[in-house]
Structures are given as C-alpha cells and as structure tokens.
Design a binder for this molecule. Structure first.
Ligand code: MRU
Length: 345
C-alpha cells in the first residue's frame, strides 16, 4: 500500500483523513485522547480494525501526561480514558477489544512504575497495529483459496487497507487472490459512500479492475450471472455467527442466497464478540439523518423530512457461506464452529 491508514510519527498519531478521500490525501495529527475520540466519531478513521488501533493509541495518549504517582493511580486514569473512548462509536467490536487489551496490559503489570507503564502502553498500541497488519495478510491468504479463477467479485463498503492497520480483510482476500480476479464490483455504499470514495480508490491504486455500482444494482447483476462471489468485512460477529456490517450487507446476503452465490465474511478474531449470543443483541449505531439528506454540502431531500440512518445491519449466520479469519475458515458458521475456531483465547 502506498499510504498509511494510521501511524505513529514524531510522538503523535497520524491518520489519513478518510472524509477527504479520494480528492485529497491529507494526514490528521492526534496528540490527545480527545483528538482520537473525535477522529473516530467524525470518521476521519473508520473500519472496525482501524478504529481498534486508534483506540489503543488513544488510551496511551489519554494517560501520557498523567500525574499519577503509582500503578493504582495510573490504572484509574487508564480506566477513565477507556470509558471515554468507548463512547465514540458503539458497533465495531474491535474498538472494545483493543480498549480491554490496553486495560489488561496495565493489570498484568501491577506494581510497575508510572513511567514504565506509560512505555508499556505505547508499546502495546504499536503491537496492536503491527499485529493487525500481519493478521490481515493471513486472512487474505486464507480467503484466496475460496475465489475461483476468472471470478467477478462484489464487495460492499470498505474493508480494505483503510479500514484496518493495512492490507484489509475483504479487500485483503481480493489482493491475495488478485491473479484469479477478473473484476471487482464495488457498491457505492450510501449514505457515506465508502465504496465509491475508498474501495474504488484503493482497488484502482492497486491496479485491480474495479467497476463502481449503485447499491440498488447489485441484485440485478446477480440475476445476470455477473457475480461469482460476494465478500464483505464485519464490525461485530456474535457467537452464533450472526454478523453486523455496513448497512446494505444484509440485502446482499438475501439476494446472494436467492441466486445461489457464495457470500463470504472476512474478519479477524478481534471482531468476534463471544459474549453476545446472537445478532439481535448487537448494538447498532444510529447516525445523523443529515448523512442521508445531504450529499456533501447539498441537501438532496426536503430539509425537514423524516429519515432513519442505522449505520449497520445484521446478516444471520445461515446466509453466510463462510467466515474467513486468521485462524482458518469457518464454513456454514454456527455457535459450535465459531466457539471452536475463535473461543479459548
Ligand atoms: O461506518 P464504517 O465505515 O466504519 O463501516 C465499516 C464497515 O462496515 C466495514 O465493512 C467493517 O468495519 C469491516 S472493516 C475491515
């Protein structure tokens, strides 16, 4: 990849401003936990694993100037920062996973000096980022085996390098299988257009043939036998395999089932929420109605019209052909298989 989604540079976090892509490639600097909170909330950074990485750095930034005198004091500050960052976006499991991991590292280092603990936290955030990049490669390589030669693949939203520490999950599979892929169809993904702005940009930059479509064109392409496989990312996967992902994913899964097209989800273990038994219990973010009523600065609907804007929907496990993870492929996912593959760490 020719860009970093998120990086540590000169004592601060830098992230590519995803709101401005593809028109401008600008990096935003985050020096405090407040900067990270607002970057996540306003979607300067988005995509479940990338939000997790940002959250991990946010915990360090939140306590780096802490005046705590001992382990207990610093732990209190970490817990406060975690609580604050957890309020930025509710659906992506990876954010909470990363925040819990940062709390865990403090608990594991009970009794250490405050200066040491701060360094441990920064090192742990670096590790979260480095591991995510590696995990995406493994997911990509695992999933590549599922893609037939000469395939046309459809994807939704953006589950690429921009949505992760690098490389991507669903797009990671596409990158790893690039020699077998004839064309990728990218849903534009209303209302925030991550497919048009980010996925189309990423694939074109990598030289992968990509055709942009409006979301409402997907089923008709399936009917014309133009699509051989659908592959998407995930924000949270319940223990029975039900999967929350960008709104519109469920439509695709239903249409894929009808047309007998394989429907794949690619996600790291950190996206699984084994304490949530099924998709109905996954918290779904409701975003501002202005995202639906406006495109850019322009209203495209009457200003006072009523709208809803759930950012995610849930695809039931029974519509998913397989979930591709770094721990292997979970075919026809159900609770037993998910717990077998992901449980226990
Ligand atoms: O609202 P977003 O852009 O954060 O939503 C992102 C998605 O739904 C992605 O598909 C998901 O996070 C997987 S990213 C590898």
């Amino acid at each position: 990849m020719k860009y970093d989604t998120i990086r540590w540079k000169n004592d601060k976090v830098e992230m590519i401003d995803q709101r401005l892509l593809p028109a401008k490639t600008t990096y935003v600097s985050c020096r405090t936990d407040k900067d990270i909170y607002s970057a996540i909330k306003t979607m300067i950074i988005r995509g479940a694993p990338a939000i997790g990485v940002a959250g991990a750095y946010g915990v360090y930034l939140g306590v780096r100037r802490s005046r705590a005198k001992d382990w207990k004091g610093l732990k209190k500050d970490v817990d406060k920062t975690v609580k604050y960052l957890a309020g930025s976006r509710p659906t992506a499991r990876n954010l909470f996973w990363a925040l819990e991991r940062m709390q865990g590292i403090v608990n594991d280092n009970k009794g250490r000096k405050v200066t040491e603990l701060k360094k441990i936290l920064l090192d742990e955030a670096h590790r979260v980022l480095a591991e995510d990049k590696k995990i995406c490669r493994v997911i990509g390589d695992n999933g590549a085996s599922l893609i037939p030669k000469g395939a046309n693949v459809l994807t939704h939203c953006n589950a690429g390098a921009l949505a992760t520490g690098g490389y991507g999950t669903a797009l990671g599979v596409i990158f790893s299988a690039r020699r077998k892929i004839k064309r990728v169809y990218a849903d534009e993904t209303r209302p925030r257009l991550q497919g048009a702005r980010l996925t189309a940009w990423e694939l074109a930059a990598e030289g992968i043939p990509v055709t942009l479509i409006c979301d409402n064109m997907a089923a008709s392409l399936m009917a014309k036998k133009e699509i051989d496989a659908i592959i998407v990312g995930a924000d949270r996967i319940a223990s029975n395999g039900d999967t929350a992902n960008k709104i519109g994913t469920y439509n695709l899964a239903v249409a894929a089932h009808y047309h007998k097209i394989p429907f794949y989800v690619a996600a790291p273990a950190s996206t699984f929420d084994l304490s949530t038994s099924n998709g109905k219990k996954i918290p779904i973010e409701e975003r501002s109605g202005l995202e639906v009523k406006k495109i850019g600065a322009e209203y495209i609907a009457p200003k006072n019209i009523s709208v809803i804007n759930p950012a995610f929907d849930v695809t039931p496990a029974k519509l998913i052909t397989a979930i591709i993870t770094e721990k292997g492929i979970i075919r026809k996912p159900n609770r037993k298989k998910v717990l077998g593959a992901i449980g226990g760490d």
